[in-house]
Design a protein around this ligand. Sequence first.
Ligand SMILES: Nc1ncnc2c1ncn2[C@@H]1O[C@H](COP(=O)(O)OP(=O)(O)OP(=O)(O)O)[C@@H](O)[C@H]1O
Ligand SMILES: [Mg+2]
Length: 386
Amino acid sequence: MLSSWCFLPVNFHYGVKCSINYFSSMTAEMRYLNASNRDLADHFEKKLSDENGVDASIEKKTPPKLLEFTFQELKSATVNFRPDSILGEGGFGYVFKGWIEPNGTAPAKPGTGLTVAVKSLKQDALQGHREWVAEIDFLGQLHHKHLVKLIGYCIEDDQRLLVYEFMARGSLENHLFRRTLPLPWPCRMKIVLGAAKGLAFLHVGPKPVIYRDFKTSNILIDSEYNSKLSDFGLAKAGPQGDKTHVSTRVLGTYGYAAPEYVMTGHLTTKSDVYSFGVVLLEVLTGRRSVDKKRPPGEQNLVAWARPYLSDRRRLYQLVDPRLGLNYSVRGVQKVAQICHHCLSRDSKSRPMMDEVIKHLTPLQDLNDMASASYRPRPSPRGKARR
Ligand SMILES: Nc1ncnc2c1ncn2[C@@H]1O[C@H](COP(=O)(O)OP(=O)(O)OP(=O)(O)O)[C@@H](O)[C@H]1O
Ligand SMILES: [Mg+2]
């Protein structure tokens, strides 16, 4: 029902065609979106023209316009939203694989043209509509090689869809927790460095953006293990000037949110740094941030791992057992230190993301694999023990 979709952001920059229909209960939320988006517009211009020292790959040219698709075009592009083209499902709805002609909205034959991921909003999700708006506002303007590229959107009657570049290897969550083959250590290091660069890009400058939903399912991976952040539905313009935080409703994902944010609703870029620490710990251990299937003392990953992180002798007990001895010894030590630092209970003691990048960068080339230094001890019968 169109009337249940009560608004579009007025300062859409790419000319969305739609009637604006207000509902009084939504006015406050709309005001907030418009105000924060206006602030963001300056910020993005600055981000696009700044040398920020985090990553020289930030696009400085005018970002390409978002494409507006019709529902019929996306229906054809995904072969009628065929169930076997579903890439995944999240709170927002299903994500389908599709094909479009390059540089346009026309659908292409499956396997030809440009491969895309089409996310369709569940039809009764009001929170979903807000996230759809925020996604277009943020990703329509932020461009960086470690943020997923939003190609376009569809708004037609009660349909809300988003069209993204296709990320061939799906999410980090799938690789860590669902695949049978363990993700090799060097790939883990490449993925976390890329994600750290994406987050640092958001945080840099006088008007930072707080991502608020940093987790393994929102880190997407391409065929060469480059990682990109997706899902800006919960992102928020950060504090400016003298302000130390922004106050918000507590949204995000249980197990990743910083404790002070959950308790007070005060949001800072350091809340994202905490979530980064949780993801890094998941990458190190191969365990989920919250896992109800584990014994009581092990269900909350941070609480379980904290004592090991600062204990040099015991920290190897944290390493994902699926890796065997195929991990870098120094890499594990450094990653444990970074986790410890990012997960500080005092948010001010957590590092900035550019500092995290500085520590993760040298870990890309380490080849001091544990397997190379492992000497099997002779067994009592003189045979090597495993
Ligand atoms: N651009 C993309 N390319 C390839 N696969 C994608 C893309 N976007 C999403 N996916 C797949 O679809 C899944 C669902 O994504 P979605 O963002 O909707 O939900 P989620 O991140 O799992 O959960 P949440 O709703 O909490 O964000 C992802 O985990 C990923 O496997
Ligand atoms: Mg997601």
